[in-house]
Structures are given as structure tokens and as C-alpha cells.
Write a protein that binds this ligand. Structure first.
Ligand code: PHB
Length: 399
């Protein structure tokens, strides 16, 4: 299908997706850069980028961290990437594809950005893959972990600076199989990310000899009371729990896990989103002892990370998160790609992304693999109290 028909089809879909979605589009300038109203792609010495992150819904705090991480990189580089002045158009991804897909389409068809950075929700990323592929506009996914978009549905235009869901789950499988003597209960938000993180964990855990004691998929974005599920866990005889929740759902789940009396009896494991950043501040003491796998912690003891944490704190008044780093690194990847590209068109930049090599990141060095996913280390983390605040202490590397 040609680009024009893809765009028309997308616009038709935008209209049908709902007036609601249009209402949910929040448009704001950011990154110390002016919001362009001209509908041009940016020209000559300038490049126009779209930032698509949730500023509403259960994942809004994640989106704010991504915006802040992207902004920090730009500030540290004089508002320029690859020698070009950057203009950023920011739109609200919202909670689901119903808001995220039309928001992305607007960036491409109306604002005519050269590339888009962002996307938190896996279902939204899956809904956008064909649109970016057919429009030939690079999408740098700076969170959403949907396995397929750097797997069987990879595209020359889709690159990921974050992770694939299955890999983050799988990283923890062997460690839990070794630590836990008895069955493990799986519980997660019921959508692509949760199913894939649990799926990746299960495969690696069972391969290492682990046994599953039960499983539950809770309605995404709608579950506030986890008590019925916690009762099922208690009655299952499980010796540990593995879970994926993020944002507001992670806060509720971990607090209720403690209040219900499970934390002291059945150790809680998960992917690191369960205890990350603002979520951990809100969980407080309830989260102490939770063990997770992730490709970042503020506690990584490297000069690059220490400098990053300090600069981020100075600029934004709080600690960074994995979401901040993923967006910071998307800016770093674009910086290298724009500098290398033959022109400033989307196709030039997509091609150049393949040759940028290793990025020395606060998370440790990483590079794009053949499917455009981040090849990186995963760390085993444990929540500890640190003089009145709470941190994800790094216990070691996972393989
Ligand atoms: C996802 O939908 O892929 C997702 C969302 C939030 C996270 C991690 C993954 O923290």
C-alpha cells in the first residue's frame, strides 16, 4: 500500500476511533523549543520531532519522566541534535490505543514531524507499527515493550531504546527458580505487556526447573481493589509471586499486598516497573524487600549514572527513572543518527540509526540489535530503605 492511501486510511480510522480521542489530544510545546504551527517538517538547520507520551491516565507519571529525560538531553546539548536545532511537538498518548494512535497520526500527517519518540503502552505500539512502516517515518519507541515490534513485525522505521517485554520477564526466571522452594503465582495487568512479561518469565523459570502455583490476569486500568486476587494467592499455597504492574496500578497492588499480610509470608518478585520512581515513593515501606529485574537503577555505581542522576535532580527536582533514561537515550540515538544521516528526511534518519554503534548510557553501554531492539544488561534489584527514602539497590547482573 502507498503512503498516501495509508495516511488516508489512518485519517479515516482517526475519525472513527472517536471524537473522544480528538478531545484527548493535548498539544503543548516543550524542550525549550517553540511549537511549530506552520505544518512544515523543519528545514535546513532545523529538525522537527514529535514526542508522544501519556500525560493523562494510569501511565501519566511515566510520560512525564520520559518528557523530562528527553528535555534534559536537549538542554545538555544546547537544544541541538546532530548539529540541527530541534523543535519538539508534544502530544498526549493517553492510556490506550484509542487515544495514542490518533495522537501519533496527528504528529505525522498534520505536524509533519521527521521522527517520533515515545509510546508507553504496548497495545498502542502494536496499533502504530503499520502506520509508521507505511509512512516511512522513524518511530523511536522509548518504553512500550510489545515483543513483536522488534520481532516478527520489525520494520526499518521502528527502533526501540527500551526493552522487549518477554526479555525483562525472562531475565528474572532462573534467579527465582533458584531462590524459591515451591510454586510461584503469576499475576499481572491483562494486556499485551503483562501477558508478554509473564510469558517470558514463565518460559525461563520453567526451563530452570520452576513450578507455577496459579495465575491471574486483572483488567487493565480498571482494577483498584486487589483483595479478591490476594485471597486467591494466599489460598494457592504459592511460595512466591511474580507480577507486572506499572504506574498507579503498581502503587495499589504493592500497598495492598503488604496490607493484606502477604509481604512477610510470600516474597514478591516482578519486572522493575513494579517499584520504579514515583511509584516507589508512593508505596514507601510497603515495597521493602520486593525484588525485580530491570535494565536501570538510580543506584548503579558508575560515573555516567552518578552524573546523570545529579544533573536530572538539579533540573527536575527529583530522581530519574528507567523511563527518563529510555527517552534520554532516544535523544542520544537521534543525536548520533542525525549527525550521520545523508539528509534530514525520515528515511535518511532511519537508515542512519543502523550505524550509530554503542551508546554509553546511565544504564550501561547498549546498542541496537539486528531487530532494532536494545541489547543491554539486566540487573537484579531489591527495594531497601535508605535514610528515610526508598531505593532499588542493585544486587547484581542477571544473564
Ligand atoms: C507497556 O505497555 O509496554 C508497558 C507499560 C508500562 C511499563 C512497562 C511496559 O512500565
Amino acid at each position: 500500500m502507498g503512503v498516501l492511501s495509508a495516511v488516508l486510511r489512518s485519517l479515516r480510522r482517526t475519525t472513527t476511533i472517536s471524537g473522544l480521542a480528538v478531545g484527548a489530544l493535548a498539544l503543548s510545546g516543550c524542550a525549550g523549543s517553540s511549537l511549530d504551527q506552520s505544518g512544515s517538517q523543519g528545514s535546513g538547520d532545523e529538525v522537527k520531532l514529535g514526542l508522544l507520551v501519556p500525560l493523562s491516565g494510569v501511565y501519566a507519571p511515566l510520560g512525564e519522566d520520559m518528557r523530562d529525560g528527553f528535555q534534559l538531553y536537549l538542554d545538555q546539548h544546547g537544544g541541538r541534535l546532530g548539529g540541527k536545532t530541534v523543535r519538539v511537538v508534544t502530544v498526549d498518548e493517553g492510556e490506550t490505543p484509542q487515544t495514542g494512535v490518533p495522537a501519533a497520526q496527528k504528529l505525522v500527517t498534520q505536524d509533519r514531524v521527521t521522527a517520533v519518540v515515545g509510546v508507553v503502552n504496548s497495545a498502542t505500539a502494536l496499533g502504530l507499527r503499520d502506520f509508521f512502516h507505511e509512512s516511512k517515518v522513524p518511530l523511536l519507541v522509548a518504553n512500550a515493550g510489545a515483543d513483536a515490534i522488534t520481532g516478527e513485525r520489525s520494520s526499518p522505521y521502528v527502533w526501540r531504546t527500551s526493552f522487549a517485554n518477554g526479555k525483562v520477564g525472562a531475565a528474572l526466571g532462573p534467579a527465582v527458580a533458584e531462590e524459591v522452594d515451591g510454586g510461584v503465582y503469576l499475576i499481572t495487568a491483562d494486556y499485551a505487556a503483562g501477558r508478554e512479561m509473564v510469558g517470558g518469565f514463565r518460559k525461563a523459570f520453567e526451563a530452570a526447573g520452576g513450578k507455577i502455583a496459579g495465575e491471574k490476569y486483572t483488567p487493565f486500568g480498571k482494577t483498584q481493589d486487589y483483595q479478591p486476587y490476594l485471597s486467591a494467592i494466599r489460598n494457592s499455597g504459592a511460595k512466591a509471586v511474580f507480577s507486572f504492574y506499572a504506574g498507579a496500578e503498581a502503587v495499589n497492588f504493592v500497598k495492598q499486598y503488604k496490607q493484606f499480610g502477604l509481604a512477610d509470608r510470600i516474597p514478591l518478585y516482578g519486572t522493575g516497573f513494579l517499584t520504579e520512581g514515583g511509584v516507589l515513593n508512593a508505596q514507601g515501606a510497603s515495597a521493602v524487600g520486593v525484588k525485580t529485574s530491570l535494565h536501570y537503577s538510580t543506584e548503579l555505581d558508575t560515573p555516567i549514572n552518578k552524573a546523570f542522576v545529579e544533573a536530572y535532580r538539579t533540573k527536575h527536582g527529583k530522581a530519574p527513572t528507567v523511563y527518563s533514561v529510555q527517552a534520554y537515550d532516544a535523544a542520544a540515538a537521534l543525536d548520533k543518527a542525525i549527525a550521520k544521516a545523508d539528509g534530514t528526511g525520515g528515511e535518511d534518519i532511519a537508515e542512519a540509526l543502523g550505524g550509530i554503534g554503542t551508546i554509553d548510557s546511565p544504564r550501561g553501554p547498549w546498542s541496537f540489535d539486528a531487530d532494532h531492539d536494545a541489547r543491554q544488561k539486566y540487573y537484579l534489584r531489591e527495594v531497601r530503605s535508605d535514610g528515610g527514602s526508598f531505593v532499588n539497590a542493585v544486587l547484581g547482573e542477571l544473564d
